[in-house]
Design a protein around this ligand. Structure first.
Ligand SMILES: NC(=O)c1ccc[n+]([C@@H]2O[C@H](COP(=O)([O-])OP(=O)(O)OC[C@H]3O[C@@H](n4cnc5c(N)ncnc54)[C@H](O)[C@@H]3O)[C@@H](O)[C@H]2O)c1
Length: 381
């Protein structure tokens, strides 16, 4: 099958690269690309080499082509309009996460898919990974007993270019024209990790939101939202989930996603090393078994989505599941983020900002499963 790719720079460039790589085991191709800024994409030469037609608008693409599947990988503020147009032209949609900025907009997308009789999947890659799918089955079968606590730590230093990409939607609550975005380190960049906790512990694939959320937020970059957070959730199964994340902990403190999920009869860990993210299961006897390296390729989730569409199989990350993180995080914004700490000191380098205590504070908080303030700490000096 040849699918439509909406967006071809940023993360979408990976779709182009992987389609033309040995990872593309199912041999699906790209019918056309819609991106008015395609010339700026790092894969524009690859696109031209393979003669993929490029259009500025979806309407221009659909005038000349049809596509059974559209993969949408554009800034969050465009997700709703992109999805509605693709459904109106008969495409099934694989939407990059987060599904949209607010639960209301997510529901509009879900309803439009239903009205058009098309499938809607969300691109949380961990929901397509065979190791995670097998783990979910074992959790649902009760093999590990009840979930006791789940936590994850992600420290990714981000630079000015990250916050400036595509005209600067990152870190915004609304765009200047009022379009909601609600982009932050929790709601977008690291939303995989809340999603994974919710998805693993909600039976079936229609993942439920957390029952409660409390968070300690901080900011170094001059953005409307926040770039640092420690958050505690009551997961739908009743157990506690915690996330510790920052974009400003500095390069030295970088910490690729680390997860630890404690169950009555096992502890599940994901640690990211040179070979990728490795999932291990430690049983009641204290013996650790390696389940393998998680597959986070974009072509894998695309293949799985197309397989589900072609064979009328259940989606492992349907539109309804995409609501779960959005509904959870919406509660954070209800009062207008009054308590975001202005983290100090700020180290300014040519390409980035960071703060020297953030990494240690979050690593300690992760180790103790507490918010920094419960340990008497702020993110700054
Ligand atoms: N699954 C993941 O791990 C993952 C990782 C990164 C980003 N994402 C998601 O992918 C999406 C895109 O994020 P990004 O970081 O690549 O953003 P970006 O701003 O870097 O790029 C988005 C692409 O959309 C294009 N674009 C802009 N306006 C457009 C329009 N009107 N029509 C079509 N294309 C247009 C841009 O030119 C660019 O190529 C977001 O939803 C983001 O959350 C997912």
């Amino acid at each position: 099958m040849k699918f439509l790719l909406v967006g071809c720079g940023g993360y979408a460039a990976l779709y182009v690269r992987e389609v033309f790589s040995p990872l593309n085991t199912d041999g699906h191709g790209i019918e056309g690309i819609v991106d008015p800024y395609a010339d700026r994409s790092p894969v524009i030469d690859l696109i031209r080499e393979h003669n993929i037609p490029v259009y500025d608008t979806l309407e221009a693409f659909y005038e000349k082509h049809s596509a059974e599947v559209a993969v949408i990988c554009t800034p969050i503020g465009l997700h709703l309009q992109n999805a509605l147009t693709c459904f109106a032209h008969g495409s099934h949609v694989l939407m990059e996460k987060p599904l949209s900025a607010t639960s209301e907009l997510c529901r509009q997308i879900i309803d439009a898919a239903k009205a058009a009789g098309r499938r809607l999947g969300v691109g949380y890659q961990l929901c397509y990974d065979p190791i995670m799918l097998a783990l979910k089955k074992r959790i649902e079968a009760g093999e590990f007993g009840k979930a006791l606590s789940m936590k994850a730590l992600v420290l990714w230093q981000r630079n000015f270019a990250y916050y400036a990409r595509s005209g600067g939607w990152a870190g915004h609550i609304n765009l200047p024209d009022g379009t909601p975005v609600y982009d932050s380190i929790l709601t977008n960049a690291t939303c995989h990790y809340l999603m994974n906790m919710l998805w693993l512990t909600t039976p079936g694939y229609d993942t439920l939101p957390a029952l409660s959320i409390e968070a300690q937020l901080g900011r170094v970059y001059p953005i409307e939202t926040f770039d640092t957070a420690a958050a505690r959730f009551t997961l739908p199964c009743g157990c506690e989930g915690m996330l510790f994340v920052s974009h400003v902990a500095g390069v030295e403190e970088e910490n690729a996603p680390t997860m630890e999920y404690r169950f009555e009869k096992a502890t599940i860990r994901v640690v990211t090393g040179a070979n990728g993210a490795v999932l291990t299961i430690t049983d009641e006897k204290g013996e650790t078994h390696e389940a393998g390296v998680l597959c986070q390729n974009v072509i894998h989730k695309t293949n799985e989505f197309i397989r589900a569409v072609e064979n009328d199989l259940p989606l492992t990350c349907p539109g309804e599941a995409g609501l779960a993180t959005v509904l959870t995080y919406e509660k954070l914004f209800e009062n207008g983020l009054p308590d975001v700490e202005a983290i100090k000191p700020v180290i300014r380098e040519e390409d980035k900002l960071w703060s020297p205590h953030v990494g240690k504070v979050l690593k300690d908080a992760f180790a103790q499963r507490r918010l920094p303030r419960e340990m008497g700490k702020t993110y700054g000096a």
